[in-house]
Ligand binder design. Structure first.
Ligand code: SME
Length: 158
């Protein structure tokens, strides 16, 4: 998909997400709808969803796709690494990522965006694809924009 086409798609998703969030402050409802919006709105995904920080672990939150690992240690796998570093990770080939955690054997590439609120990583948003190198820097920027909308809407993560 061309950069301009991707920008348009992410702009549409941002509008739709803003509409879904408007007037609702329940975190479970909003993250569930966000996972569904993105899972169905972006092509070639087999998983999209959240893990939330709980002590020294990430714990599975709302998602779309096959049932997934419930707990991921801080620093483990792609999700735990994104949580520990506070930076997004684009993984073109999951088999080449040391410590990648295979929840769905179909996953070939992955994008993880940390959720940073009040200077703290409160969770991650994780996208998996069955296509190698499915995610590029445009996807990272687009998904960071969507995550920023969620974080702007939910400011209290205590
Ligand atoms: N692959 C992730 C685990 C989560 S599942 O993909 C849903 C990881 O290595 O952290």
């Amino acid at each position: 998909m061309a950069t301009r086409e991707k920008e348009r798609l992410y702009a549409e998703l941002a509008d739709q997400l803003a509409a879904l969030l408007a007037g609702e402050d329940d975190l479970v409802a909003n993250t569930a709808n966000m996972a569904a919006l993105i899972y169905h709105g972006l092509p070639a995904l087999n998983w999209a969803g959240f893990y939330f920080a709980r002590g020294e672990e990430l714990v599975l939150g709302p998602f779309q796709g096959k049932p997934a690992c419930v707990r991921i240690a801080w620093g483990a796998g792609v999700c735990g690494t994104a949580a520990a570093t506070g930076a997004a990770i684009v993984v073109p080939d999951v088999d080449a990522f040391p410590g990648h955690i295979a929840c769905d054997a179909a996953s070939r590439s992955e994008l993880v965006i940390p959720l940073v609120a009040g200077g703290r990583v409160v969770g991650v948003f994780d996208l998996d694809s069955p296509i190698p190198a499915r995610f590029d820097d445009d996807d990272r920027a687009g998904c960071e924009r969507l995550v920023a909308l969620l974080l702007g809407h939910h400011r209290d993560w205590r």
